[in-house]
Design a protein around this ligand. Structure first.
Ligand code: ATP
Length: 297
């Protein structure tokens, strides 16, 4: 696979605050690449530099192997968290207006079909539901036929049904061979959509790989969780940690672990056993649950 984007040692400070502190990564053609991290980790600043909206203090951004130029940024598709649209326009008129900005816009009818907009084409865009508005914003981000699509928390605030609809749509766009770079606070979204993720904290990358490889790298066996009752298990420190009012144990042998806990006098009241997912990884690496990070219901 060809590398479409390479980031080398990117640094950006705001006054004394180092928002992005020396990050490097590559994105392959056709990948869905996820940026995850707690609030203030530097995800949006990174996206803004990649989109050419904010200039880096140092480091390089390369598109297709060349240092990024203004013309590269113009060929990107960007769906922002908030986009101001012209008032009093219908959905179709909004699409037509955006298409008029470009020399070679996408076919509007194809976009309408792809993003499932036909049921509300004549509606004023201010009257759309959250999910419909996100689909319109996605269509607008695709209007210049970008090879790389940036999505900044595209499903924040949507209900579960609308989120899943949106995922199907992203999967369709990915099948067209487009490269997608997205930030999200939802671990299930990252697990469903992303081929590769980086987890950022305090401006740095603390983990990078496919979701499956990261889980295999950091967990094996099952996770046991018990309410924190002030007791510590007689286990190697690498196998357990306390956070958010719970004792978490990474167990290779659930039965043996439960027996040991009982022998040590732990109560099994509130016991929870499951295999690890990205939220557990995030918690392990950042000390925060991904579901606590954003406006997740
Ligand atoms: P969130 O998940 O909350 O969107 P984030 O990971 O996207 O967070 P950034 O928005 O990139 O994080 O912010 C990184 C740090 O840089 C934060 O401490 C933020 O307050 C700071 N920051 C971002 N933009 C600016 C700015 N324009 N001026 C000053 N500080 C900024």
């Amino acid at each position: 696979m060809a590398v479409v984007l390479e980031v080398r040692d990117l640094i950006k400070s705001y006054g004394d605050l180092v928002a992005v502190n020396g990050i490097s990564f590559v994105v392959q053609q056709g990948q869905c690449f996820g940026l995850l991290g707690p609030n203030g980790a530097g995800k949006t600043t990174t996206m803004e530099m990649l989109e050419g909206l904010v200039s880096a203090d140092s480091g390089d951004i390369l598109y297709q192997g060349r240092i990024a130029k203004r013309s590269d940024f113009q060929q990107l598709g960007v769906q922002f968290q908030q986009t101001a649209l012209q008032d009093f326009l219908t959905v179709r008129e909004t699409l037509q207006l955006f298409a008029a900005f470009y020399e070679e816009p996408a076919d509007i009818e194809e976009l309408i079909q792809l993003c499932d907009l036909s049921d509300f084409l004549t509606q004023d865009h201010r009257k759309l539901s959250g999910g419909q508005r996100q689909r319109l914003l996605l269509a607008l981000a695709l209007v210049n036929q970008p090879k790389i699509l940036f999505l900044d928390e595209p499903t924040t605030g949507l209900d579960p049904h609308a989120r899943r609809n949106f995922w199907q749509l992203i999967a369709k766009i990915k099948q067209q061979g487009r490269t997608i770079i997205l930030t999200t606070h939802y671990m299930d979204e990252a697990e469903f959509l992303c081929d590769e993720i980086v987890i950022m904290a305090k401006g740095q990358i603390i983990a990078r790989n496919s979701p499956q490889a990261l889980l295999a790298e950091h967990f094996s066996g099952a996770l046991i969780r018990l309410p924190d009752r002030g007791m510590q298990p007689q286990l190697p420190a690498a196998q357990w940690h306390m956070s958010n009012g719970f004792l978490h144990i990474n167990s290779q042998d659930v039965e043996a672990s439960i027996r040991q806990l009982l022998n040590e006098g732990f109560s099994l009241e509130g016991l929870y056993i499951k295999s690890a997912n990205l939220d557990d990884l995030f918690l392990k690496l950042t000390g925060q649950s991904l579901s606590e990070v954003g406006e997740v219901a």
